[in-house]
Structures are given as C-alpha cells and as structure tokens.
Design a protein around this ligand. Structure first.
Ligand code: AMP
Length: 355
C-alpha cells in the first residue's frame, strides 16, 4: 500500500461523532479531513476542512468527492456497498467488510465458517419461518432484522411461541435472524487494528454494560471472567481481520459465557466501546485507524492508566456537564448535537483512575 503522508487529505463517509473524533485525531498527525454525508451538517462539521452533502447511493457524487482526497474511509456502516466498491484502492477498510457487517445473516455465516461461535441462529423470511425457527431453537429467543439494526433497534424478544406474531410485527416483517438467547455473565469487545502489512494489535478488552440496548459504560481492565477469555477472543478477531484483508480499526462484540466467548456482532469501524482509548491508551483507536489507512506504523495500544472508565451521555444526561466538570480529572466529550432526544448519544466522559 502506498503511504499517504501527513499533509494529505482524508475523506470520511459519514459525519457523526465517530467522524468528529477521527478528524480530530487525523488533524494531530497533520492530515485534514473532508466529510461526505447526506445531511447538511453534523458532529464532524466543526472539526473538518470541508463537507460535501450527497446521498450514500449517489455513485457519481461519491466518486467526484473521492477524487478530491488522497484516501477514503467510512465511519458508518449502513451505506450501500456498490458506490463504495467503485472507489476500490482508495478506500479502507475494503467494502467486503461492510458487505459482511451490514447483514446479520451473512455476518453470522461468515464468522461461523471461520470457527467463531455465534449464538444459535436461523434465517427468518416470513411468519411460518419464524414459527419453524422458534420450534428448533426454543424460547426465549431474539428476533433481529438482518439489516439496519443498531443500539437494540430492529429487535424483539420472544418469551414463548405465543410471541411470534407480535415479534414479527414489531420488527416490521422484514428479513430477519432468530437467535437463541445466550445466558451471558458479562459483555465485552475486542477493538483491533490491522495495518496494510498485516500488523495487528488490540486494546485491553473493555467490560461493556448496556442499558436499554445502548452502551452505557466501558471499563478496563475488565474482571477475571473477561480477562480469562480475552486471548481467545483476540485470536478470533484476528481471524476475521485477516480473512477480510482488513485495514483499519475493527470491533467485535462478545458475550462472556461459562463456556467461553460467544460472538455477538462486528463493526467495521472505530467503536463506542473504544472511546476510552482517547485518554486511556498510549495511542487511541481513532489515531491508529488513521495510521492504518494511511500506511503509517501503528502506535502502542497499551493502557495509559491502571484503570479507565468511560460513561456515555445519553439524551438529557449531557445536560449534567456542570456536575461532570466539578471533577477536575473528568475528560468530558460533547459531540455538538443540539437536540438531546432520548436514546441519542450526546457525548461521553472518561476517567483515568490511579494514574
Ligand atoms: P445487539 O444490537 O445485537 O448487540 O443487541 C443489543 C443487546 O441485546 C446486546 O448487547 C445484549 O445485551 C442483548 N442481546 C443481543 N443478542 C442477545 C442474545 N442472543 N442473547 C442474549 N442477549 C442478547
């Protein structure tokens, strides 16, 4: 891969908070970032050099945008793959990763082939298929749409076979996957970075706590259960990254169960459960993503403090910034979103403990 030297232009498809944090890390290394997104503005606008408004499915607008920058990446995975495929060499990670991560069925088939262990699952295309899948997997179970699901959206829990009709209706009767319910003790993620030369590194595996399907906190180091399963999960994550010839940051979420790590889902990008790395690691996920897509050597992923805690500020919680700043050691991040809708990620706060 060609080196894209500092001073070059990075194009980012998507203009949310991940783009914002990528652009800030890129600026530190001397790059300038240009955003392509369908909205008129967004969290990345304040910290980037330019903003092009265009549809994710507008192949010619996207190609014209790509021609003005030196390398392109994406911070959002629900983007049609075909227009991105046309950018080929200039785009990292390669769109094969998007193709896999956009569809829960494709994703589970893919990781199962690599020897990872997803929850037991069945494809569901109609209500009869749902009843058949439920008879095989048993209740409780979770029905998830194959596409466009995140933060617990597009999901319905089934406590018994009687819930089939309501669950099918709740997810809008769209192609789905039924998953057996996993009795897990903790949830964690492996945030990994892979360079074009195959160099591979991971950060300390955070213990992730979700509330109402949304990440609430990530803490490192995690407790004994996760720590004892992290090496296995790192090896699994590396298989995924290698199989996709991945360049950039890749995140895989796992359930820590009594029988070892169970694959939950992957994201072909920097991840909310890695925001603690901004202050809590020698090199953060955003900087290492930039280094990887530009062909630079990766930075150390070591911890920068004995313990690091990241808490998301969801909806109105961001209004607590006065109280948060009363702790002079708190690292407050606000994403510049004006409307604190319930469930919306408005910012996060990180604390380094024992540093
Ligand atoms: P997801 O969007 O698939 O990550 O699901 C959101 C949250 O729902 C997860 O973080 C888990 O807390 C829970 N969940 C998802 N799938 C399962 C499963 N198969 N068994 C138990 N809990 C699950």
């Amino acid at each position: 891969m060609m080196i894209v030297p500092p001073g070059s232009r990075i194009g980012i498809v998507g203009g949310g908070q991940l783009g914002r944090m990528l652009a800030m890390a890129a600026a530190r290394l001397g790059y300038s970032c240009y955003i392509y997104a369908p909205e008129a503005s967004g969290p990345a606008a304040d910290v980037s050099a330019g903003w092009t408004q265009g549809g994710y499915d507008d192949a010619s607008a996207l190609a014209a945008f790509a021609a003005t920058v030196d390398v392109v990446t994406y911070e959002f995975e629900n983007v049609p793959v075909a227009p991105l495929k046309l950018l080929s060499q200039r785009l990292h990670p390669n769109p094969a990763a998007l193709e896999v991560a956009q569809d829960r069925l494709v994703e589970k088939d893919f990781v199962a082939r690599l020897g990872l262990r997803p929850a037991p699952y069945r494809a569901v295309d109609d209500i009869a298929g749902l009843r058949a899948a439920l008879a095989e997997l048993g209740a409780p179970a979770i029905l998830k749409t194959r596409r466009f699901g995140y933060d617990g959206k597009g999901q319905a829990r089934l406590h018994s076979a009687d819930d089939a009709d309501a669950a099918w209706k709740a997810i809008g009767g769209r192609p789905a996957v039924l998953e057996g319910f996993i009795r897990f003790d903790r949830e964690f993620s492996i945030i990994a970075v892979r360079g074009a030369d195959g160099a591979f590194a991971t950060w300390n595996a955070p213990d992730n706590v979700h509330e109402a399907g949304i990440l609430a906190t990530s803490t490192v180091p995690a407790g004994a259960l996760i720590t004892s399963q992290a090496a296995d999960a790192v090896a699994m994550t590396r298989k995924v990254a290698d199989a996709l010839d991945y360049v950039g940051v890749l995140t895989v979420e796992y359930f820590a169960t009594a029988d070892g790590p169970v694959f939950n889902e992957m994201a072909p990008r920097v991840h909310n459960s890695g925001h603690w790395t901004i202050e809590g690691a020698v090199t953060c996920q955003f900087e290492n993503h930039v280094r990887a897509i530009c062909g630079l050597p990766l930075g150390s992923t070591d911890l920068a403090a004995p313990r690091v805690e990241m808490r998301n500020l969801i909806g109105e919680q961001a209004n607590d910034w006065v109280a948060i700043l009363a702790d002079p050691t708190a690292h407050l991040h606000l994403y510049g979103k004006s409307d604190p809708r319930p469930g919306r990620k408005m910012g996060h706060v990180t604390r380094l403990i024992g540093a």
